[in-house]
Design a protein around this ligand. Structure first.
Ligand code: ATP
Length: 309
């Protein structure tokens, strides 16, 4: 099966009457890292919570590895590891006992060698006998991840995993995520950090006001992001673009005083040198120039502002 999660026509309205999700259709590919971006209150946590069986869905259908999350809840849930936004742990227990218990909750046979590997990967092995209460915030977060992985899930949800964590933990976390992906685990993360999505994700989805407004391969988005503009402020206004400049992607401003050249900044050959040479040959002088680049952040902010009423 190509899609590990299939969401069809999913809606959710809370008892308060707030429509948190409006007819979501989304397919997650097996083995990908999918980043869900959206502003506060967009519905990210609601969506994850429904898939994980924590919040009841409204209308629609969600399949996790072919299992319906309502009719076949246990099978669906056993495929999933969830690292929630908030930290909550059994404070008085040791790290080791907590992680072993978590595994047991899913009815899995003990496998101490596997759990040891997780704790080592998360640099928690030395702390295995410590009470969670006595760990630092970053360590507690590592324990949350260890718990989420304890039953060998094939899908891992990370809800804002790096909010408020230090650089080192962030780096460790991404290394671990990459390692998990290599072992075949599908990873879905929500984040406010656009650079994080840029760096980590295979695909990016943007959610706004309960609607998915964009799903795109990251490389495609990066390509759009790679577009740059060079604006030349001319000495003398032009009435029209001179013949011979058609090969360049040029636009003349309405008042004829500016030429805007759009190019692909990631392309080796930007064409700027040719353009300037060609302008020189046509006797077009400029007195100033500016360049600008659209970032994923801008694309994102514009999308999200979009049709906000
Ligand atoms: P954030 O980035 O702030 O975590 P989010 O995208 O995860 O936001 P959700 O937590 O899914 O957003 O919330 C979506 C909307 O649903 C919000 O307007 C929120 O106030 C509302 N909401 C969430 N949980 C409940 C609830 N239990 N009862 C009523 N409304 C809720």
């Amino acid at each position: 099966m190509h899609h590990v999660i299939s969401i069809e026509q999913l809606s959710k309205t809370y008892a308060s009457g707030h429509p948190a999700l409006k007819t979501i259709d989304l397919q997650i590919r097996r083995g990908e890292i999918f980043a869900l971006l959206g502003p506060n209150g967009a519905g990210k946590t609601t969506l994850i919570s429904i898939i994980c069986g924590i919040v009841n869905p409204g209308a629609g259908r969600v399949l996790v590895d072919g299992h319906d999350i309502v009719r076949d809840y246990r099978a669906a849930r056993s495929k999933i590891g969830l690292v929630p936004q908030e930290l909550y742990n059994e404070g008085f227990e040791s790290v080791w006992a907590t992680v072993r218990f978590s595994r047991g909750l899913f009815g899995k046979k003990p496998n101490d060698a596997y759990l040891e590997k997780i704790l080592r990967d998360l640099s928690l092995w030395d702390k295995r006998d410590a009470r969670i209460l006595d760990l630092s915030g970053g360590m507690k977060r590592r324990v949350m991840i260890a718990k989420a992985l304890s039953h060998e899930p094939s899908i891992l949800f990370l809800d804002e995993p790096t909010a408020g964590v230090d650089v080192e933990l962030r780096r460790d976390m991404w290394e671990m995520v990459r390692g998990l992906r290599e072992s075949g685990v599908t990873i879905i993360l929500t984040t406010h950090y656009i650079e994080e999505a840029e760096e980590m994700a295979d695909r990016i989805g943007v959610i706004r006001q309960g609607e998915i407004i964009l799903v795109e391969d990251k490389d495609v988005l990066m390509h759009k992001l790679g577009k740059k503009q060079l604006t030349l402020i001319l000495q003398q206004p032009l009435a029209a673009l001179p013949a011979g400049l058609e090969t360049f992607q040029l636009e003349l401003s309405a008042d004829g005083t500016q030429l805007v050249y759009t190019f692909d900044a990631q392309h080796e050959h930007t064409g700027i040198a040719d353009l300037l040479k060609c302008l020189g040959e046509h006797g077009i002088d400029f007195k100033d120039l500016q360049s600008s680049q659209s970032s994923l952040e801008e694309i994102f902010v514009n999308l999200v502002k979009g049709s906000r009423t």
